[in-house]
Design a protein. Structure first.
Length: 156
């Protein structure tokens, strides 16, 4: 009798130990996640900015030729970005691509102003961010590529 009770309880116990399945990310949720991450870019808070990236993120910065997975290098890039005092951050033409229940790509053109003496010029850059839901449920950027748009023909 004890064995049949234990045998009947095993599936229930096994189900208790499995993490609850999370619903797949929707396009609307992905848009909100990306926008929330980008909102940190103009806070001036290096910690908040770097918290948007997974520890093993691959990043390609517009100011360098080589990708990096080195957190110190990446933090240096973010520190340089913060030093320009970016503001008025906007994304034009965002594209969201769902690539699984726990991952998506956000790409587009980012525009923001920077401090350059007394002037505040607008800077534009192309970006691709790959977001992945982590085991703790937080969304992190696992890959980022930022580049400057090419110079239009005749304007070299």
């Amino acid at each position: 009798m004890r064995y049949s009770i234990i045998a009947a309880m095993l599936p229930a116990l096994a189900a208790c130990q499995q993490p609850a399945a999370r619903p797949p990310v929707t396009e609307a949720q992905a848009e909100q996640i990306a926008s929330a991450a980008e909102a940190t870019f103009t806070t001036g808070d290096l910690g908040k900015i770097m918290d948007q990236y997974a520890d093993n993120a691959v990043m390609i910065d517009a100011s360098t030729a080589d990708p990096s997975t080195d957190r110190k290098v990446q933090a240096g890039w973010a520190k340089n970005f913060v030093s320009m005092k970016p503001a008025d951050y906007q994304v034009a033409g965002r594209h969201i691509q769902l690539i699984g229940p726990d991952a998506f790509v956000s790409s587009g053109i980012e525009r923001f102003t920077v401090e350059a003496g007394a002037a505040r010029p607008t800077v534009s850059a192309r970006f691709i961010d790959v977001f992945q839901r982590q085991k703790d449920g937080k969304w992190k950027i696992i890959s980022e590529h930022v580049s400057m748009p090419p110079t239009p023909s005749g304007q070299l």
